[in-house]
Write a protein that binds this ligand. Structure first.
Ligand code: DAT
Ligand code: MG
Length: 149
């Protein structure tokens, strides 16, 4: 079963969007398998956004993601990686489609509320960066037969 890593960034937490955001993935039918609330260290932030190390916005991105607590999550389900990216919306909230999280709640690329893994390889990498195996729960929701034929 496919898994993805999602993180509600400090702006999403400060703005009280945690419940609303989790609700969207829950009601879609995906399964929560990992959840924690943490203050991100500079080391974790730099590792997580390592691919962007050379970009001009990298220092402010690291500063932002470490500026307050975040909600880190692992969600499971068929096609969850691509589907979560659609639910999240385009990187720039100003142009993200209404109906997406970024399109509904944001206006600035540097305050785009939530992170989602973009591919199976990055999902795997990010899940193991943020969570130990013991922090992930293998469970079968009772809803399963009502969500899958
Ligand atoms: P995404 O988060 O949609 O996967 P990304 O991986 O290209 O986007 O970039 C990671 C984060 O870096 C993004 O969520 C916000 C920030 N960012 C990206 N491009 C930016 C830019 N041009 N100016 C400022 N911040 C940017
Ligand atoms: Mg990305």
């Amino acid at each position: 079963m496919e898994r993805t890593f999602l993180a509600i960034k400090p702006d999403g937490v400060q703005r009280g969007l945690v419940g609303e955001i989790i609700r969207r993935f829950e009601t879609k039918g995906f399964t929560l398998v990992g959840l924690k609330f943490l203050q991100v260290s500079k080391e974790l932030a730099e590792e997580h956004y390592g691919v962007h190390r050379e970009r001009p916005f990298f220092p402010s991105l690291v500063e932002f993601i470490t500026s307050g607590p975040v909600v880190a999550m692992v969600w499971e389900g068929d096609g969850v990686i691509a589907s979560a990216r659609k639910i999240i919306g385009a990187t720039n909230p100003l142009t993200a489609e209404p109906g997406t999280i970024r399109g509904d709640f944001g206006i600035n690329i540097g305050r785009n509320i939530i992170h989602g893994s973009d591919a199976p390889e990055t999902a795997q990498k990010e899940i193991s960066l943020w969570f130990t195996d013991a922090e992930l729960v293998n469970w079968q929701p009772h809803l399963t037969p009502w969500l899958h034929e």
